[in-house]
Design a binder for this molecule. Sequence first.
Ligand SMILES: *Cc1c(COP(=O)(O)O)cnc(C)c1O
Length: 393
Amino acid sequence: MKPIYLDHSATTPVHPEVLTAMISFFANHFGNPSSIHREGRLAREAVEGARARVAALIGAAPAEIVFTSGGTEADNLALLGTAFVEKQGRNQIITSTIEHHAVENACRHLAECGFEVTFLPVDGEGRVNPDDVRKAVTEKTFLISIMHANNEIGTIQPLREIGAIARERGVLFHTDAVQSVGKIPVAVADLGVDLLSIAGHKISGPKGTGALYVRRGTELAPITFGGHQEGNLRNGTENVPGIVGLGKACEIARRDLASQMTHLRTLRELLEERIRAEIPDIRVHGHPLERLPQLLSVSFAGVSGEALVRELDLRGIAVSAGSACTAGSTKISHVLAALGMPEALAVGTVRFSLGRDNTEEEIGRAVSILKALVEKRRILVELEGSVGGRGCR
Ligand SMILES: *Cc1c(COP(=O)(O)O)cnc(C)c1O
């Protein structure tokens, strides 16, 4: 049986058109974009063409795009880059408790460096309340960083409202849009953001590529030092094949956005309906409406999510768990913890994330296998004792 890949929020396969676009930039057009000669100029043209494609996907100007090594570096550049700019004693960052580790841990590092970081809570559906943002802003705040859509539960944040607050209070606004770009419409002016992070490998592009949108006029300090590439914001010789691939992935994402949204939403609804109809004692996480089309996070009561992931893997189905089993006890993710759900339920969480190549037939097959596994594990748990702290079954 052909394996079924339902883990596209972790990474996606490279689109064949992306691969084709990249190949000649390894061997034929190998030039350094900073060189004056023909090889250099060809590489420069390719990089600038890619920049225009990335910009077009999010409604930015090409000059507002800085290429990075991925979503993590884009997030770090946004957070550290705004922190290390002279800003008249302002030292507070406002973020949420459900950010990706790239934002969370950059914030923790800044806190160790003496910055003040406010982690705002979310409601049971994973949404930040814009009123909480409004109350948290002080005259010391220089940056608000709230992700566009969450990578574990798919909840979309009210960025427009938060952006309006940021503008009103003269505070910069960054969003990690790694999961939303290419999956739902993302327009920087519409969202009111000054900084926005993108990762290539989440949108059928190559790993190790990404970009940060930096609104014109936004002051940012570099976090690398060297040859002044990328407007001195990302020093080092450009990853030309990767940048070309990212550009192509953005072009495809823009071209196919409407059809992919329908495709992903149709499959997600089918998956959710079938799980609800066939497997009792489940709970779907995230906001019922404000959520990504490609993602479904479900808890199966009385079962370990990690054990389910392992058993599904044995049957050729790739998904993610919302908890990890370490040294015999189970640690739930910071996102599930922030939703305030009982640990016994959070432990049974599985994330399904769909992609362009998935089919209805695959969804049907996956649910049949899932159903049998959940039933089997529930019987086992019944026989052996409770799930959770003690076991990772
Ligand atoms: C994957 C991901 C990242 C990290 O991007 P990399 O390119 O893997 O460094 C950051 N934020 C979110 C929301 C992600 O899903």
